[in-house]
Design a protein around this ligand. Structure first.
Ligand code: URA
Length: 210
């Protein structure tokens, strides 16, 4: 087991992930599957959220019933593939606040440059779930989480579908305080920083751009 990493090995998640990996899976199916897996990951990632008890009345009697404590969650999609996971998370947590971060890698300096960022207010008081399906080198994911911290986020979890060991190691080095949730840890990266065996380019597969 890698440091600070939780693998969500629920059989439904694993089954759906295997379908997503298949090269012949259509864009329509892939999109549906990533949304479904997003919902299942959201269920697991939120399973330790604190609750408080408040008296309510059922049709039969009064009771102390549990409700989620604290400010609404903040989901942050790391563009563009993060949007695929985001839909499943929003299905399960419909009142969550949602932010977006877009970064690209400057081909000369290799530094991650921000081209878009919009975050909800009071992010410092919310649990922030940063969503990016592929933790490959970890550079863009770590850079996105750095931006979240610069904007005040203190309590962050990172959620992906697939992680490469190299990406986990790099991410852990930069953000040892952020737990990574993933459906699988794959073998390695290829020379083009694609995850092997992986599922290809997540953005292209979600949006049908290739
Ligand atoms: N991003 C992807 O979409 N796929 C990979 O394999 C690596 C990074």
């Amino acid at each position: 087991m890698q440091k600070n990493t939780t693998v969500i090995d629920h059989p439904l998640v694993q089954h759906k992930l295997s379908l997503m990996r298949k090269k012949d899976t259509s864009t329509q199916s892939f999109r549906k599957l990533i949304r479904e897996v997003g919902t299942l990951l959201a269920y697991e990632v939120t399973k330790d959220l604190p609750v408080f008890y408040q008296e309510i009345e059922t049709p039969l009697m009064k009771m102390d019933a549990p409700f989620l404590e604290g400010k609404k969650l903040c989901l942050v999609s790391i563009l563009r593939a993060g949007n695929g996971l985001l839909e499943g998370f929003m299905d399960l947590v419909p009142s969550a606040r949602v932010g977006h971060i877009g970064l690209y890698r400057d081909p000369k300096t290799l530094v991650a440059v921000e081209y878009y960022m919009k975050l909800p207010e009071l992010i410092n008081q919310r649990l922030v779930l940063a969503l990016d399906p592929m933790l490959a080198t970890g550079h863009s994911s770590a850079a996105a989480v750095t931006r979240l911290k610069e904007n005040g986020a203190k309590n962050i979890r990172f959620v992906c579908l697939l992680a490469a060991p190299e990406g986990i190691e790099y991410f852990n080095k930069i953000h040892p305080d952020v737990i990574i949730y993933t459906a699988a840890i794959d073998k390695e990266l290829n020379d083009h920083a694609y995850i092997l065996p992986g599922l290809g380019d997540a953005g292209d597969r979600i949006f049908g751009t290739k």
